[in-house]
Design a protein. Structure first.
Length: 244
């Protein structure tokens, strides 16, 4: 596995359900036209799994990630993609537990724990997403929600060297809203330091990250990088974020 603790920053692009063969070609052309200037940055692109084979071996100094994997390793599970299949496509990372998958596809912490275990068995780093709704935030339940998600979704074979946590407040995803810098730093401090058995994990922030706020967010002491949705679809914008 990669030594994720040695990276200063981890910057991941989540394309969600977007792309086409033509889009992949243009994206690669743009992204590869300039080498990344920053040292110590682990950059990751997570396209829909159907496009992974188009990106593998064609990304310069950027790792490949998937957006989800099956709870199962093989068998009669129509429509699923397993962790070992992602391994064959040279994925080093896989997002699991994104709030869209938790909400729309009814994935539970138990499902996410199973997926993360399967990924770790294949030496793929899970990027486990956690985050509160606006209602939970307004009721002051953020830390309780995060504690529950973290303690139930990190599998026994996970460690700070293998698992990345992505703090994504649900109300900040795709809305152009973000918590204040102080709030982000405070929540990341809580995640990194105050949960027994899960200390010093890499914690990246996601939710309306763009090139104009990425530098300020990534300069925060407790922020180890960003997970970028909408803004990652523009390769120039994503490169700016990688160079932030
Ligand atoms: P956004 O999405 O950057 O478009 O807010 C982030 C995510 O869903 O991971």
């Amino acid at each position: 596995m990669l030594e994720i603790q040695k990276f200063d920053k981890i910057i991941a692009a989540n394309w969600k359900l977007q792309g086409s063969f033509d889009f992949v070609k243009r994206y690669l052309d743009e992204l590869n036209s300039n080498i990344l200037e920053k040292q110590g940055v682990c950059s990751i692109v997570c396209p829909p799994s159907i496009y992974l084979h188009k990106l593998v071996n064609n990304l310069k100094s950027i790792f490949l990630g998937a957006q989800d994997c099956s709870n199962y390793n093989s068998g009669a599970y129509t429509g699923e993609v397993s962790a070992n299949m992602l391994k064959e496509l040279s994925c080093n990372f896989c997002i699991v537990g994104h709030s869209e998958r938790r909400k729309i596809f009814k994935q539970s912490n138990k499902d996410i724990c199973l997926k993360a275990k399967n990924l770790l068995d294949q030496s793929i780093h899970p990027i486990i997403c956690i985050g509160e709704t606006l209602e939970e935030k307004n009721k002051n339940l953020t830390k309780e929600v995060l504690f529950n998600q973290i303690s139930k979704s990190i599998p026994n074979n996970g460690s700070k060297n293998s698992v990345i946590l992505a703090y994504e407040p649900i109300w900040a995803i795709g809305t152009s809203l973000t918590p204040s810098l102080e709030e982000i730093n405070d929540i990341h401090y809580f995640i990194k330091n105050e949960i027994q058995n899960f200390k010093n994990y890499k914690v990246i922030y996601g939710g309306s990250v763009k090139s104009n706020n990425a530098t300020n967010i990534m300069e925060l002491n407790n922020v180890d990088g960003v997970l970028v949705g909408g803004a990652s679809l523009d390769p120039l914008e994503f490169r700016k974020i990688m160079n932030s």
